[in-house]
Design a protein around this ligand. Sequence first.
Ligand code: ATP
Ligand code: MG
Length: 332
Amino acid sequence: LPRLFSGMQPSADSLHAGNYIGALQQWAALQDTHDALYCVVDMHAITVPQDPATLRETTRRTAAQYIAGGIDPAKSILFIQSQVPAHAELAWVLNTLTGFGEASRMTQFKDKAAKQGADSASVGLFTYPILMAADILLYNTQLVPVGDDQKQHVELTRDLANRFNSRFGPTFAVPEPYILKETARIYDLQNPESKMSKSAASDSGIVWMLDEPSKTAKKIRSAVTDTGREIRFDRGEKAGVSNLLTILSAFTGTSIPRLEEQYEGKGYGDLKKDVAEAVVEVFTPVRARTLELLDDPAELDRVLAHNADRAAEIANATLATVYDRIGFVRKV
Ligand code: ATP
Ligand code: MG
């Protein structure tokens, strides 16, 4: 089966509807046809300041949500990045093969650094794409499911793989980006021009997977729409309504044109009510299962540790080959 690697940052208490539709739900579907690794990338999270106790908590919560959202840790390898030291070790080697100018061209860094103020951005944030390259290359990954915001990083990963291979001999598989459905992009309910994001300034437009159903329903009822009455998909004229249609379509499996037919002559209130119902129906069991998993952190930690061992077995073999090829003396 083709090998696949993807990850999310433990950057909030809960994942949101965008993470679910744009990533988690699709990851779960890919498990049967791929040899998949799904990682909670805590080492990426610390590229911006994190509170230690919070990070520990959000890391476990993110892992629990992967499982509750359908990732089977007996099938896919579901693990915490920092529990497999080879990620940091390969990243160091790849750092030495990356040009300073090359790394400077990464647009995600420019965006995130601008948010923080250029002088307070860390060197870790700057080299983040190189750690991501290590994540991918350690497992001879063929496919990397990413949103289009991450395409440039996969491109860098490919360049580094090719560079290493031509300098030191064929070692790495050269991965392809597997661009997830663009229709699966979910926008902020209060600000439907920008994507729903864990780190948004205000959470009033974010549909959290772990929110109580009543809170979710209320947020959806207060979603921004427009002064018209017609329910149709038109991102330019009707960003809010289009977003609600996208969410409803993703959560019910009904196509958007079909929904447009169904809502002919109906009002925004009807649409919102149905969106809230559909989201609550899907998220209620996911939430319950997440809380159940978090009730037994020792068991969750055990599953994660076992999966980290499975990941390390693959990663350490790759790293050993890399160390040999570059001329490090193997410890006898
Ligand atoms: P942050 O604000 O901390 O960057 P995020 O919400 O963007 O958080 P990530 O951890 O960066 O989440 O991304 C996890 C996965 O969710 C990625 O595969 C990303 O493409 C996907 N994703 C994030 N936001 C959305 C969205 N609004 N719609 C669809 N997919 C999304
Ligand atoms: Mg993001």
